[in-house]
Design a protein around this ligand. Sequence first.
Ligand code: ATP
Ligand code: MG
Length: 376
Amino acid sequence: MSFKKQDIYKALETITAPGEGKSLIENENVTNVVSFGNEVIVDVTISNPSLQAKKKVEVEIMKAIHEHVDQKIDVKVNVKVEVQQKENPNQIRGKEIPNIQNIIAIASGKGGVGKSTITSNMAVSLAKMGFKVGVLDADVYGPSQHLMFDVEREKPLAVNVNGRSKMKPIESYGVKLLSLGFFTDPSQAVIWRGPMASKALNQLIFDADWGELDFLLIDLPPGTGDVHLSIVQAVPINGAVVVSTPQNIALADAKKGVAMFKQESINVPVLGIVENMAYFTPAELPNNKYYIFGEGGAKNLAEDIETSFLGEIPLVQSIREAGDVGHPVALQENTPLADAFTEVTKEMVSQLLKRNANLPPTEVVRITTMSGCSTK
Ligand SMILES: Nc1ncnc2c1ncn2[C@@H]1O[C@H](COP(=O)(O)OP(=O)(O)OP(=O)(O)O)[C@@H](O)[C@H]1O
Ligand SMILES: [Mg+2]
């Protein structure tokens, strides 16, 4: 087999450096290329520390060399991560919180369609897949994640991180959790206005000791009003998941939810729609599906508005019971229900990977400083 090192460099020129718009060569990501016989070793340095980014660059390099030089070359890629602190006048989301890779918002237009249930089960599914996961309950009207994770009596403590006092999330089932519910008195109605809610949430993101997270899932309040706009504008969200039930009224509200994320001042990619309570399955007849609210509604909506369909979750009594006792069904091993949540979660991750590969990081709409504000 004969090829020149130059051919390898040419092949690497066809790969775009992640988030840069330049090639790996032009962006000086490739630090060395060594070849002997039919083996090529490529050393590459990237700034994105996520496992996905490393894997992606590795696969792309192999593909490019096989495609442009020779199928039979044995390619080895050494990926080094060096987080660059680039001065960027247009601050980019994600860079603001370098230890949190992906912030995903779970939203719906209509209330009670199962956002919180999807959030808790998706978090558990992600944790089971080996990801580091956090959940932020941003439901200003009625936080529920502290109940769904069975930690309603816990109070997050303050810890000292590099001389700064930070809130330590409560951990349950391998998921780190902060909820507005930890800071509000359940017997008192708290009326949050937009700016106050977004300040409190900023504090829960930026002044908390989340550690390293692959995913932070944010359980949003229902609706698409002012308070939602403030929240989604204030938090650097990478992608949104919209939950709907099959009824027309929920679908119409889900459409509004998708439109909210797509509007110019928000511009958050919608990763897809999940249909919850898609069909009813009685415990004693697990193979029977009854489409009591109609069939295929969310899938059709997703097609209509050119959004992905992430899958369906049945209406099952045990999902409600599990939520009530604070033990999400996704914790079960190899049951059809746990599998349904795994499938939806996998689809979300795959849409996110596509989004991360195709789009630059979402720009920050507005980041507010949090000093001196209270969540009470
Ligand atoms: N697939 C399901 N099968 C059975 N019960 C479900 C299912 N999904 C959600 N539920 C139940 O429906 C109720 C509402 O769900 P959940 O609280 O997750 O909705 P939500 O969209 O977060 O509501 P809100 O808008 O009030 O925040 C809960 O009691 C929950 O346990
Ligand atoms: Mg909820």
